[in-house]
Design a protein around this ligand. Structure first.
Ligand code: SF4
Length: 359
């Protein structure tokens, strides 16, 4: 139960605390609710890469930008199972299956994803999916397949979201999150810093997440990885000090949540990552790629864990496993036609990036 209601000003004040005090405060909260020497490791598997119709300004998978990422077909279940087994033997307790879709559509492809969820759950791994917008019925079907977590990032503050994406509405993000919350699937939702947003936007994003009731079980904090061809290609790299402040602030306002150090780890030194762990990060994504952008090698991660005496978390340590069950009559495919919004406002830099090769 979350009884505290955070304001943006309170969160900004925490973020601006002198750094050593901020790390100390965050570390104190962290030690109250988590084992500080344990990290949860997830692996991302891109089950359907590229060719996405959306215009997210940070994303090389958007078909409209010229990033060299090819659109692929959905992987088959056995390919995904093989990747999950490799991730498990490299120490991951969770796999996150990512598809570059605007929203889930009932039909053979979604049925294939449900089969992936059942198959990997039987390997005793936590399965997370990030498939875009989702109806209540589709969330129910994923729950019955045994899904452990659903990722749907809010990306930034509601105000700054409009500066990055024009093809989806922020409210639709919240509707999908609400649909996930109608099931027993845990929620993973976070965002990206380094997209040109203000401190108030960073605090605004954390305010939304921290005031959810219950709070998300997992919050990924990504540092933008600027990719050539995307509208945000020229953004400056996020400094380690901003990252540490963001992680520490997240830890204080989201005391029970797993705070995930996500994209942008390749730019961080071992010392920088250690400061993030001290400030309350207790999860990472492993594997040499995060969907399409580079990520540190698993061996480098284990070298750092050994150095720090960190142990990895076992699957289902935080929440119990659910065995897949047969779909009920009420949760079989409905072929609903959900009315997701297309705000369609103009973001000049997104338009420029989509036309670049024609200039
Ligand atoms: S972030 Fe997701 S929805 Fe947005 S363009 Fe990339 S794949 Fe598509």
């Amino acid at each position: 139960m979350n009884n505290k209601h955070w304001s943006i000003d309170e969160i900004v004040e925490i973020y601006n605390t002198p750094l050593l005090n901020l790390i100390y405060d965050a570390s104190t909260v962290h030690r109250l609710h988590h084992d500080p020497n344990k990290i949860q490791v997830s692996s991302l598997i891109s089950i359907k890469t590229g060719g996405c119709p959306e215009d997210c300004g940070y994303c090389p998978q958007a078909a409209r930008y010229h990033t060299g990422v090819e659109g692929n077909q959905l992987l088959d279940v056995q390919q995904v199972k093989a990747q999950a087994l490799r991730a498990r033997s490299a120490g991951s307790s969770r796999v996150c299956l990512g598809a570059a879709w605007r929203n889930v559509k009932d039909g053979p492809e979604f049925d294939q994803v449900l089969e992936m969820v059942r198959t990997i759950t039987q390997l005793d791994m936590e399965v997370c999916c990030t498939l875009g917008m989702l109806t209540e019925n589709q969330a129910k079907r994923l729950e019955e397949a045994g899904l452990y977590a659903y990722n749907h990032n809010i990306d930034s503050s509601e105000e700054y979201y409009k500066e990055v994406i024009s093809t989806r509405a922020f409210d639709d993000r919240l509707s999908t999150i609400n649909n996930v919350r109608k099931t027993s699937i845990t929620l993973c939702s976070g965002g990206i810093i380094g997209m040109g947003e203000s401190l108030k936007d960073r605090a605004g994003m954390l305010k939304i997440l921290a005031n959810m009731n219950p709070q998300p079980e997992s919050v990924p904090i990504n540092a933008l990885v600027p990719v050539e061809g995307t509208p945000l290609a020229e953004e400056k790299p996020v400094s380690i000090w901003d990252m540490v402040r963001m992680i520490a602030t997240s830890r204080i306002v989201l005391p029970h949540t797993q705070i995930r150090l996500s994209a942008g780890r390749t730019q961080m030194s071992q010392e920088g990552q250690t400061l993030c762990f001290l400030a309350g990060a207790n999860s990472i994504f492993a594997g040499d790629k995060l969907l399409t952008t580079p990520n540190p090698d698993s061996n480098e991660d284990h070298e750092l864990f050994n150095l720090l005496g960190i142990k990895t978390q076992s699957p289902f340590e935080k929440h119990a496993k659910r065995e897949p069950v047969e779909q009920t009559a009420t949760s079989s495919a409905l072929n609903e036609k959900p009315k997701w919004t297309r705000p369609g406002h103009v973001i000049e830099r997104n338009i420029r990036a989509s036309k670049k090769d024609q200039i």
